[in-house]
Ligand binder design. Structure first.
Ligand code: ZN
Ligand code: FE
Length: 256
């Protein structure tokens, strides 16, 4: 089966919505459309017809375009069951382990609380694509607005367990600032230094740093490495458990 074709739709100052298109059936999903205009323009340019919206969480910079897109295209809106009351126009409520069909393509839903309590991620195994919203960023993770460090660490562990080649489509272009912070945590991490160089070059060329691969994130993202001996040593947190290390790195990032 052919893989999903995935297009970035840059929105607002640093959001990415994505269009995920199944070439076999023509079905197309918009992931986290903050506003409708740029999504409609991209659909028009690509000649794709919107059939679904996939929302990862209820923040306005992820659901703001829902109603206008639904009115314009008649698409079905898929969102977290736990956030159904705050997700505009939701038709299909999903949670951990549910399967969502976009034409001939199937996504598995993961519950990944922390940034919000009902945050979900969508994993298209056959296309090796993970849409993780504001749970996992390249070289970072979402702020703990609603959930606890313990919840977020367990959510990130769930995502970290996906195959190495998984493409991480996060919802923001934050990688450059995340790299600056990550280097304060693990200044000696060679994989991180290489990724930071690469990120600088991509941004200089005006290119997105997303998607990255899960392999790259596991090697360089401090928030996926709270149980790694190198990071624990570098941060001087020896003897602390992973949740405490994770919570401390998250605190440092909040005031970076
Ligand atoms: Zn958010
Ligand atoms: Fe966001």
């Amino acid at each position: 089966m052919p893989s999903l074709e995935i297009q970035h739709v840059p929105i607002l100052s640093d959001n990415y919505a994505y269009l995920a298109h199944d070439p076999g059936t023509g079905a197309t999903a918009a992931v986290d459309p903050a506003v409708a205009g740029p999504v409609l323009a991209a659909l028009d340019r690509l000649g794709w017809k919107l059939t679904h919206i996939l929302n990862t969480h209820h923040h306005d910079d992820h659901v703001g375009g829902n109603m206008e897109l639904k009115r314009a295209t008649g698409c079905k809106i898929v969102g977290s069951r736990a956030e159904a009351s705050s997700t505009p126009g939701v038709d299909v409520e999903v949670g951990e382990g549910d399967l969502v069909a976009i034409g001939g393509q199937t996504a598995r839903v993961f519950s990944v609380p922390g940034h919000t309590c009902g945050h979900v991620a969508y994993w298209f195994e056959d296309s090796q694509a993970l849409f993780c919203g504001d749970a996992l960023f390249s070289l970072g993770c979402g702020r703990l607005f609603e959930g606890t460090a313990e919840q977020m660490w367990s959510s990130l562990n769930k995502l970290r367990a996906l195959p190495d080649g998984t493409l991480v489509y996060c919802a923001h272009e934050y990688t450059s600032a995340n790299a600056d912070f990550a280097l304060t945590i693990e200044p000696g991490n060679a994989a991180l230094k290489a990724r930071a160089e690469n990120v600088r070059a991509l941004r200089r060329a005006g290119k997105p740093t997303v998607p990255s691969t899960m392999t790259e994130e596991k090697a360089a993202n401090p928030f996926l490495r709270a149980d790694h001996p190198d990071l624990i040593e570098a941060t001087g947190l020896a003897g602390k458990d992973a949740v405490s290390v994770f919570a401390e790195i998250r605190r440092r990032k909040d005031s970076f």
